[in-house]
Design a protein around this ligand. Sequence first.
Ligand code: SF4
Length: 193
Amino acid sequence: MGLSRRDFLKTAAVGSAALPLLGFSTERAYAEASELKIARTTETRSTCPYCAVSCGVIIHTIGDKSKNVTPQVVHVEGDPDHPINRGTLCPKGSSLMQDILNERRLLKPQVRRPGSDHWEDISWNQAFDEIAQKVKKTRDDTFIEKDAQGHTANRTPAIAWTGGCTDTNEFNYLVVKTMRSLGVTYLENQARV
Ligand code: SF4
């Protein structure tokens, strides 16, 4: 039997109108259809890493936290409880998910050796070891105990520290303590957290 488009729409309209009469509740079906994608996510509060305004964000991750499940970020939004941005984000912050889920994102340490034309993957342990050795050598080679007038200086002008805007006050406190103990005087970060 052929069914015209008009007949089909009529039948569908009558059918859906008749569902409640037949004892079917359409409310649950509509509620299911409108469930938000963040309904079953884990919320993690963080800070937008892009600029010194340091807006608060909520990162929504899906996954049941089992050992063999890789959590998947499905949404990032402004944190309405954050005193700086109160839920708002600028266009850059609104695109934060593209920063998290990006095939070009660097997930491991790399080094480009002197004279080399390419970056080499190294382990975290190797990166820590090499950084520590270079910091020690640079400090020892450049340490100034007294300035030209004979005043005690105890500093190295060859090392600088720069931090990111997601660094907390506590982290920066430790950074300053550590860097000052090495004699590093050039410190800056954009953290206002
Ligand atoms: S959301 Fe925009 S204004 Fe806020 S910290 Fe990120 S880049 Fe800066």
